[in-house]
Design a protein around this ligand. Structure first.
Ligand SMILES: Nc1ncnc2c1ncn2[C@@H]1O[C@H](COP(=O)(O)OP(=O)(O)OP(=O)(O)O)[C@@H](O)[C@H]1O
Ligand SMILES: [Mg+2]
Length: 304
């Protein structure tokens, strides 16, 4: 559905995209993740036909983005990072306005259908200026799918929302997949990405550092992770000792908890316990878990 090869984008002397490759398959939910400034929005703007690359090839639904005359030539809906609405219009008026001003005809009854789908039917006559962030974001998604495109590009649709708002947005994103749509969405919240995505792409400094299905990721990152909670704040010296012990791949401190990645193997817990005893550390608890997407992200982006 999306094929990007060697995409470059420079702003004056700064190379925001440095030869990015990205592939989104038909019907999947693709999570595009990266730190602030990694190049997610720059990529998505180019894919939506809103900005021109310096070089590189982008195909969206088989169409070369460089060949289009206007953004609406692509069969996609786009939700920008910070969608803006006229605050004095109601949700219903907003969609009617967008439907009337777009180049694609929308079928009768479509606005009502979309308002119900987005959970906004009850509030459809309320002015958008009075909407919560979550409602605005849902209205943004409704606007993006108004003309029934096959592909949705959503830039951080859930990032600024509370858990309930994020849940609602993720539910809508899953619903898009059930409708047979392809979704590319960016996020900082790796837990959200883990919950809904089929595949992920990690971008760092304008390059794709990893692109894989979540299933394949689970198989390729099997090393166990231990969260060790200490009674007291751990000293730098103790951390160094743990880090340099045999069997330890990496350590990271999160307040009272040390996240320790060990080499794979049944005996890893025994090795870890021995290290903790050798260092005479007072432990409150130890728990073993599978690596999360956040652990994988930190490894791929920071090499930890
Ligand atoms: N119009 C512009 N002029 C100059 N630099 C820009 C411009 N747009 C983006 N950049 C720079 O390009 C880099 C990538 O920006 P981009 O907005 O794509 O990152 P992002 O991954 O979307 O980050 P965030 O998570 O903060 O939204 C950043 O260093 C940014 O400052
Ligand atoms: Mg961005």
């Amino acid at each position: 559905m999306i094929e990007v090869e060697g995409l470059k984008k420079s702003f004056k002397h700064f190379e925001a995209l440095q030869g990015l490759n990205l592939n989104v398959r038909q019907g999947e939910i693709y999570g595009f993740i990266g730190k602030n400034g990694a190049g997610k929005s720059t990529t998505m703007n180019i894919l939506a036909g809103l900005s021109k690359p310096t070089s590189g090839e982008c195909l969206v639904g088989g169409i070369k983005v460089s060949d289009i005359i206007q953004a609406s030539d692509l069969d996609l809906g786009y939700l920008p990072e910070d969608p803006k609405f006229y605050p004095w219009l109601s949700a219903c008026e907003t969609l009617t306005y967008l439907g009337d001003s777009g180049t694609h005809r929308i079928k009768p009854g479509r606005i009502q259908e979309i308002l119900e789908w987005g959970g906004l039917d009850k509030d459809k006559h309320r002015r958008v200026g009075t909407f919560s962030r979550g409602m605005k974001q849902r209205l943004g998604i409704c606007s993006a799918i108004l003309h029934d495109p096959g592909l949705l590009i959503l830039d951080e649709p859930s990032s600024a929302l509370d858990p309930q708002g994020r849940n609602d947005v993720l539910h809508l994103i899953k619903g898009l997949k059930d409708m047979g749509k392809t979704v590319l969405f960016s996020s900082h919240i790796l837990n959200d990405v883990e919950r809904v995505c089929d595949r992920i792409g990690i971008i760092a400094s304008g390059r794709m550092v990893l692109e894989k299905s979540l299933k394949d990721l689970e198989h390729s990152h099997l090393q166990p992770v231990y969260d060790v909670t200490f009674e007291e704040k751990i000293t730098e010296e103790a951390q160094k000792c743990i880090k340099s012990s045999i069997g330890v791949l990496s350590t990271e401190i999160k307040e009272q908890v040390m996240v320790i990645k060990m080499e794979d193997g049944h005996e890893s817990i025994l090795t870890l316990m021995q290290i903790l005893i050798d260092n005479n550390l007072k432990i409150v608890g130890v728990s073993r878990r599978k690596p999360t997407l956040e652990d994988i992200f930190i490894k791929e982006v920071h090499g930890l």
